[in-house]
Design a protein around this ligand. Structure first.
Ligand SMILES: NC(=O)c1ccc[n+]([C@@H]2O[C@H](COP(=O)([O-])OP(=O)(O)OC[C@H]3O[C@@H](n4cnc5c(N)ncnc54)[C@H](OP(=O)(O)O)[C@@H]3O)[C@@H](O)[C@H]2O)c1
Length: 235
């Protein structure tokens, strides 16, 4: 990773933020991307001079294309961005179309970034996209978000063929204590994880970030979906 360029979309919080710290420790040149410039600037202060701030909304096609044009050629991309996911739960019989469309934002954001990134990413490089363990254990009233996560998985496998030898893989996180959850929800999940999960603790964003780092830098991994879920799929 030393002196390699990595673009992290979703860098201002959770998994993306921890991955940025790991990559900084390995001497990478890091492009910190999300919508909120102030949060990215704060992280940049922590990471030092080899990090750059690129505010961007992944749902804005023009902004995405322009951001990747500005970054130019690069080696790695990690995509961990999602917004309001836990606020979009809705039973199918009464699901408003607006919620249905918002539920697919994760896929469209992923698509926009990958389409732009494919023009600039190195042949020796790699992308890691984010799905969810919900593709194996779906949540009730979250049909649309679960479908978006499944779409990311198949999309990544198709891309792994299409843009080879550049590698494309996916992480499917279980429950992780990040900005996705409120403080109260995180506390409840900590209790639940202690009693329920084989690993007896809630996933941390750092534990997830190490998985992204490992997959990005493993030259024999492509087209794979890796569960990082504390054993949730076993129970
Ligand atoms: N945490 C979990 O329990 C869990 C479980 C299963 C799957 N996942 C998956 O993990 C990913 C989320 O990672 P996380 O848990 O680390 O979440 P997080 O802490 O909420 O971070 C989400 C990041 O996405 C950015 N973002 C949101 N909308 C964006 C947009 N339109 N354009 C660009 N950036 C945007 C946010 O920054 P700004 O607000 O600055 O834009 C933030 O940096 C999602 O794919 C989610 O489905 C998480």
């Amino acid at each position: 990773m030393k002196d390699k360029k990595i673009v992290i979309v979703g860098a201002s919080s959770g998994i993306g933020r921890e991955l940025a710290k790991i990559c900084a420790g390995k001497g990478a040149i890091i492009y910190l991307v999300s919508r909120t410039e102030s949060k990215l600037l704060e992280l940049q202060q922590e990471l030092g001079e080899k990090s750059f701030v690129q505010p961007m909304d992944m749902l804005d096609e023009t902004a995405v294309n322009e951001t990747f044009r500005q970054i130019g050629e690069f080696d790695y991309m990690a995509l961990t961005a999602v917004a309001d996911e836990t606020k979009l739960f809705s039973p199918i019989k009464s699901m408003p179309t607006e919620i249905a469309h918002r539920g697919m934002e994760k896929f469209w954001g992923t698509f926009n970034c990958c389409r732009a990134a494919a023009n600039y990413i190195s042949k020796e490089g790699a992308m890691v996209l984010t799905s969810s363990i919900a593709i194996y254990k779906p949540s009730k009233n979250a049909s649309i978000m679960n479908a978006a996560s499944a779409a990311v998985g198949v999309f990544a496998k198709a891309l792994a063929l299409e843009i080879a030898p550049t590698r494309v893989s996916v992480v499917a996180p279980g429950v992780v204590g990040t900005g996705v959850w409120t403080q109260e929800e995180t506390e409840n999940y900590k209790e639940w994880a202690k009693k329920t999960l084989p690993v007896e603790h809630l996933g941390t964003p750092q534990e997830l970030a190490y998985a992204y780092y490992s997959i990005l830098t493993n030259p024999y991994m492509t087209g794979s979906i890796t569960n990082v879920d504390g054993g949730l799929t076993l129970i």
